[in-house]
Unconditional design. Structure first.
Length: 211
């Protein structure tokens, strides 16, 4: 992303900056953060996936997830360490409100835990279902709910596959009998429609789902 002047001003004035960490925000290295800003790396104390997967391309350009998959918030269990780190930082800058921050955190966790059984129940019939995703951001979600990611459409976030890559992907989808294509809200709708349409023309019925 390209930082806008207003965003730069917000960074300089922030009391707390919460970052996803790993290599998810390469632009942050170029940003000027206020000297008093408390920076929280939410990836600390979170169980990460794909940390041992070689993620450098042949042309030596680092993949977006070179230090592990950054989409760890899609595992509901990671809410505990993430919110603990945020609450601790808020407490440092507003010590008089520590009790309120922790009470809010505990309320959030109770509400989250109350929803988890329903989510598990809703997805239980699909356990073992194989998915193709637009971008490799669903590893935690898939593991938590017992789903299997077979392939990702975009080799690099926001970069559509070349014609040969797309043909290979479609062949892999047919071979694996894929029935579900998962798209993020910011996925290119034209690319999602193209993949689904080509797969349907090959004689399969693919459903496109959104986060």
């Amino acid at each position: 992303m390209e930082l806008k002047p207003r965003q730069l001003a917000l960074l300089r004035a922030a009391d707390v900056l919460v970052r996803i960490g790993l290599d998810h925000e390469p632009w942050l290295a170029r940003a000027r953060i206020g000297d008093a800003t408390r920076v929280v790396d939410a990836s600390r104390n979170v169980r990460l996936l794909q940390t041992e997967t070689p993620r450098l391309r042949a042309e030596r350009k680092a993949h977006m997830h070179a230090f592990g998959n950054t989409h760890y918030w899609l595992d509901p269990e990671n809410a505990r360490p993430i919110t603990a780190a945020i609450a601790a930082a808020l407490c440092e800058v507003r010590q008089a409100e520590c009790a309120r921050f922790e009470a809010d955190r505990q309320r959030f966790l109770r509400e989250l835990e109350a929803k988890i059984p329903g989510w598990r129940s809703a997805l239980a019939p699909y356990r073992g279902e194989r998915l193709v995703v637009m971008h490799d951001s669903w590893a935690y979600f898939a593991e938590y709910y017992g789903l299997e990611m077979v392939a990702a459409v975009e080799p690099t976030p926001g970069v559509p596959p070349a014609a040969a890559e797309l043909a290979a992907l479609l062949a892999r989808m047919r071979k694996a009998h894929i029935r579900v294509l998962v798209a993020e809200p910011d996925s290119d709708p034209a690319l999602v429609a193209l993949v689904a349409d080509k797969f349907r023309r090959a004689g399969r019925h693919t459903a496109a789902l959104r986060e």
